[in-house]
Ligand binder design. Structure first.
Ligand code: C2O
Ligand code: CU
Ligand code: CU
Length: 495
């Protein structure tokens, strides 16, 4: 229905100019065909990718031209037919047998972010396949219910490939989640948050230059599920809304325009033990939040915006000091920490029902520092156009750390640079123990099982993980895609 609506509106409003920043921040009004903003652009409807089972699935990476806003077409790279890949839906314990075909003109490889498959199925960049080739994945899905995702992990090409569409959602469900009777079907939405830039004809452009390669590519226009600033119809009821940041560099401070609280029920590695009520949640690239949002009692016609709210960002402050005005230090059109509207919920149907938010969710095992056999320190730095971990740039075949199979360790991530780094580990889920310096606390959205954690300038973040899934070579890296492509990544071997 959303898709059909979208096409109908697209037909009625061909050839619209790209939305500028002012247009995006301006109020909307309604006409017969859709929802027109002050610059004349029309909102598209939220794209809901087709769903696919991981069993005997073929994902073909290819270039396609798709509609990314009403009447606006752009070349993209995709594993499906839309601007992002199909949503893979699985249950814990299921087997994944996936063929990834590469019909691009350059190498690529798919990585299942947050899943912990054996080395051969993890999508390490050294496993990338060339144009016309395929890669076969065969692994068991062992993760708890949660929102995971998959994306390109091609060496030096992850940033452009993910930006242009080589990303999709991977939803895992299990019995513990079923028992909670969370909102589902139409009342469950999964949102891929990104920022992109369009040229004057509306086509996506990826063109970071000098300073943007240092800070990471910060664009000016919000995209959700690959569609520019979309809108979605909701009932006046409780919804489960899951968000993923799949941006290149932007951190989203997710909140609602009407000031309603978000109820956080899960993070990267699945559900929390108890829900937390919050005004906003910060997510860096790769991080996810599982939320309950209550639209109950809102009259039909009410518009609530999902926003990224303003937050203090070191590079934005520096840019202003250096006379850059709104420009960040990296010359970004919309600096890190700027307010950005992401999506509009429009209440289209009033319903009367009362659904309770569960008081408790799923029990969590806490890892204790006393169980750790060793602590390692990783320093992340960005200097002179290079991005390093412990002063080294990524080498695909060099082994940087060796970890005994089965060990529990504390890893300390230290940010020596002026940019935030979302640090991601393959092969494990971790728990955040401490944050010192900078923001100086572990936030409510960092409880539970994580695979990515934001480390701001001047911060040290300690995480604890047990390396007990598979032996083999895995990655630790910054998930800012420009930083990752420039070498802020290293190999560890579990042996
Ligand atoms: Cu989301 Cu190494 O990746
Ligand atoms: Cu990953
Ligand atoms: Cu980084």
């Amino acid at each position: 229905m959303d898709r059909r609506e979208f096409l109908r509106i697209a037909g009625a409003s061909g050839g619209l100019a790209a939305a500028g920043t002012t247009g995006l921040l301006a109020a909307c009004h309604t006409n017969g065909a859709g929802f027109v903003r002050s610059d004349g652009s029309v909102n598209g409807w939220l794209y809901r990718p087709t769903t696919a089972s991981p069993n005997s699935l073929t994902l073909t990476a290819h270039q396609a031209t798709v509609e990314i806003a009403p009447g606006v077409h752009s070349p993209v790279l995709t594993w499906g037919t839309g601007p992002i890949g199909p949503t893979i839906e699985a249950r814990t314990g299921q087997r994944a047998t996936i063929t990834m075909r590469n019909e691009l003109t350059e190498p690529t490889i798919a990585h299942w972010h947050g899943l912990r498959p054996p080395e051969a199925a993890d999508g390490h960049p050294r496993l990338a396949v060339g144009s016309g080739q395929s890669y076969e994945y065969d692994f068991e899905i062992e993760e708890r219910a949660g929102l995971y995702w998959y994306h390109s992990h091609a060496h030096n090409r992850t940033a452009p490939q993910v930006y242009l569409g080589l990303a999709g959602l991977f939803i895992i469900r299990d019995d513990a989640e079923d028992a909670l009777s969370l909102p589902n079907d139409r009342r469950e939405l999964s949102l891929v948050l990104q920022d992109k830039r369009q040229d004057s004809s509306g086509k996506l452009v990826y063109d970071p230059f000098g300073p943007q390669l240092m800070e990471g590519f910060l664009a000016d226009t919000p995209f959700v599920n690959g569609i520019r600033f979309p809108r979605v119809e909701v009932d006046s009821a409780l919804y489960r809304i899951r968000v993923l940041s799949a941006s290149n560099a932007r951190i989203f401070r997710v909140g609602l325009s009407n000031g309603s609280p978000l109820v956080l029920i899960g993070v990267d590695g699945g559900l929390l033990d108890i829900p937390a009520q919050l005004r906003h949640i910060d997510i860096g690239t790769g991080e996810r939040a599982d939320l309950l949002v209550d639209f109950s009692g809102l009259p039909a016609g009410t518009i609530v915006r999902l926003q990224s709210q303003e937050f203090p960002s070191p590079t934005r402050a520096m840019g202003m000091m250096m006379g850059g005005g709104r420009q960040g230090m990296g010359g970004a059109a919309l600096p890190q920490g700027s307010q950005m509207d992401l999506l509009e919920f429009i209440v289209s149907r009033e319903v009367r029902e009362s659904r309770q938010i569960p008081k408790t969710l799923v029990p969590l095992v806490r890892l204790d520092r006393a169980e750790a056999s060793r602590e390692r320190v990783f320093r992340f730095n960005s200097m002179m156009m290079s991005h390093t971990v412990n002063s080294r740039s990524f080498d695909m075949s060099r082994v940087d750390e060796r970890v005994p199979f089965g060990a529990t360790e504390v890893w300390r991530f230290v940010n020596d640079s002026p940019f935030p780094h979302p640090i991601h580990m393959h092969a494990v889920h971790f728990q955040v123990l401490t944050r010192t310096g900078g923001r100086g606390e572990v936030f409510a959205w960092e409880r539970g099982w994580k695979d990515t954690v934001l480390v701001f300038p001047g911060e040290e973040v300690e995480v604890i993980a047990c390396f007990d899934r598979h032996r083999g070579m895995f990655l630790l890296h910054c998930h800012n895609l420009e930083h990752e492509d420039a070498g802020m990544m290293m190999n560890f071997v579990i042996e």
